[in-house]
Design a protein around this ligand. Sequence first.
Ligand SMILES: Cc1ncc(COP(=O)(O)O)c(C=O)c1O
Length: 434
Amino acid sequence: MHPPLALSAKAARTTEQPISYFMKQALENPDLISLAAGLVDRESLPVAEAREALGGIMNQPDIAKAALQYGTTEGLPALRERVWHHVARLDGKSLAAYGLDTSDVVITTGSQQLLYLLNEILFDPGDIVVTEAPSYFVHHSVLTSHGVRVVPVPMDEQGLRIDALEALLERFAKSGELKRLKLIYNCDYYQNPSGLTLSLSRRRELIELVKRFSHEHRLLILEDAAYRELGFEPRGLPSIKSFEEGSYHVIYAGTFSKPCAPGLKTGYALLPRDLVAPLLRAKGGHDFGSNNFSQCLIERMMADGAYDRHVAELRGVYRAKCDAILTALEEEFGDWPGASWTRPEGGMFVWLTLAGVDTGPNGKLLSTALDEGMLYVPGEFCHMPDEAGFLRRDEMRLCYGVEPPERLREAVRRLRRAADSIARASPKKASLAV
Ligand SMILES: Cc1ncc(COP(=O)(O)O)c(C=O)c1O
């Protein structure tokens, strides 16, 4: 008999992703149409562009050797320079206007690494982070594993509700909890999971609010722009970051996973200057530099214009898929009482509400949908209980990024059959509020 392992308190707080079980089901059953996985469209992955960039690197021995060597903790200088120019171009702003320079840009191992490392350098157990409700569930589990108290603030069609956030901050100021509030997390473009976007006026208001409530310490906004470049229109909204004077409150998190290739697992951060050194110290212990080869490849694709051409093509790909799923929802759920869904302007997620139907892992709909051959992410996985302990259970995330339009339509038909079948089995229950 071996005695049990003595794991850390943090390891004990770190739970398995609730979605893992369902993902396994999808992999084991090829007939299942999964609208659960958040992978990107397979057909449009930039194979030719990557081959070209790879050739450009490997055909020049000195460049190839540099790419195969370790890089630096902060990342490839040429890529950091490009990233900064790139974000400025997306914002339609001059570089000088940000109060930043290239040394405030750090390349990360996907934006997920940034989310994780920020926990290491900002939070002690009991600190507070505000998130949108619903929000990106992988981030929830990183926060809770660090002992952070996650406080959700509701959204509407314009994204995070600034009035609700303001009321919360006022309450925190009165109760003394403002001392523990460190960060407001906002996935402001075509949000994962809802597909909603923070409106232009609210971007400005958010900056004003954090400035107003930065009493003893500076409140931070984490602007997670993971889906920004998948907007259906070429000119999307400017970033929250672009509204601040100087660079004090907003951490801008970008990634090449969605607009280029998740296999390259490369992201980046634009940081307030005094956050750069603590982040680099933490990253030094983590990996002392992200994959240098991926960084060289991406830098090449950006340098020769292949990246921009690819992103322009993606807009059409995701728009067509989004149109397909929205049409299918209209056809299949247009007559379902209490059904409503978001109409994204980019990204890859639609948020469907079936008022009164338990969409969670213990409800009938999920297992019946699996029997019908479709899978979704239960909405409750994307919520944290509110301060009264209430957890919403009648929503779901549908990802239209992976499957082709015809299979998206078929998945929604299967979902409707599942919903019909549970409504027939217990007509009263299906209309009960959950
Ligand atoms: C909202 C959001 N942020 C961050 C990430 C992390 O992506 P990556 O680490 O691949 O950049 C994801 C991945 O799906 C995401 O949906």
